[in-house]
Design a binder for this molecule. Structure first.
Ligand SMILES: [Zn+2]
Length: 272
């Protein structure tokens, strides 16, 4: 079943012709061998390889694959299970390589349907290869390739927030779950690398058009005794972009690391 996807060019429904999906206007989108469909039209593609670069995607897959963030995965599955109606539909907007999406989907009854969208082809490919139950597409979270009022829940884990677009694709009274890092997430890693580490800025929970219901805190100290895993963790962070040579040296010298992980799972309901 993949009927919740729509044509990202004209918005019409897509029919499955085996190797591709086609709309009534004959816009055609190829399915990859791994199973995802590329629904990113050329005009939304602002770079040759949009989204996280393949090295970053690989680093994240390798790190998450060792279940260092399993506590967040479990807490997120629990939160989804508490709010999603039986047999409901869920969209993971900015799903990456599907670490959370796959587990969420497995935790739901067979009648539920899960969709994942990520702008990185490498990420969508990894996700589709390891998770055959979720429907994955390459697409933009700012122009989600799904119709309005389509989903009972939307999940966004460390992904860009796009309020109007999320509001559009959610059904009335449905739920939005957002995961963000807390102030001291990865504090010891920053301390080890930077002269002057800064706490993450946690924004006000208020969102327009969504009613805030609940915050679930999820914290755990993790111990990493493999230098490659430490490098991979750093690669996943937004500060990897703005790190100088001296800081890189400090990072490379780290053999082990005990570090705080701290997340906030924020639950909202779509306002009428
Ligand atoms: Zn079309």
């Amino acid at each position: 079943m993949s009927e919740l996807w729509i044509c990202p060019v004209c918005g019409k429904t897509l029919a499955d012709s085996g190797k591709s999906l086609k709309c009534a206007k004959n816009h055609s989108f190829d399915k990859a061998r791994s199973g995802y469909v590329n629904l990113l039209p050329v005009k939304q593609k602002h770079a040759r390889l949009p989204g996280d670069n393949p090295e970053m995607v690989r680093a994240r897959r390798d790190f998450l694959g060792k279940d260092y963030y399993q506590h967040l995965q479990n807490a997120l599955c629990k939160a989804v299970g508490k709010y999603l109606i039986p047999g409901g539909s869920l969209l993971d907007a900015g799903c990456g390589e599907g670490y959370y999406t796959k587990k969420i989907c497995e935790s739901l009854p067979e009648t539920s349907v899960c969709y994942g969208v990520d702008i990185s082809k490498t990420a969508a490919d990894f996700a589709a290869r390891s998770d055959k139950r979720t429907h994955y597409a390459v697409g933009s979270v700012f122009h989600l390739p799904v119709g309005e009022n389509s989903f009972d829940m939307l999940v966004s884990v460390f992904a860009p927030y796009c309020g109007m677009e999320f509001f559009r694709v959610l059904k009335a009274d449905s739920y939005f779950i957002m995961v963000i890092p807390s102030a001291l997430h990865l504090w010891e890693l920053k301390q080890a690398v930077y002269d002057k580490p800064y706490e993450n800025q946690v924004k006000d929970y208020h969102l327009e058009n969504f009613r805030f219901l609940e915050k679930i805190s999820c914290e755990r100290k993790i111990f990493i005794d493999n230098p490659q895993d430490i490098q991979n963790l750093f690669q996943m962070t937004p500060y990897a972009y703005r790190t100088g040579a001296q800081e890189r040296e400090r990072l490379q010298a780290l053999q082990t690391l005990e570090v705080q992980t701290a997340f906030e799972i924020l639950i909202y309901q779509k306002e009428a």
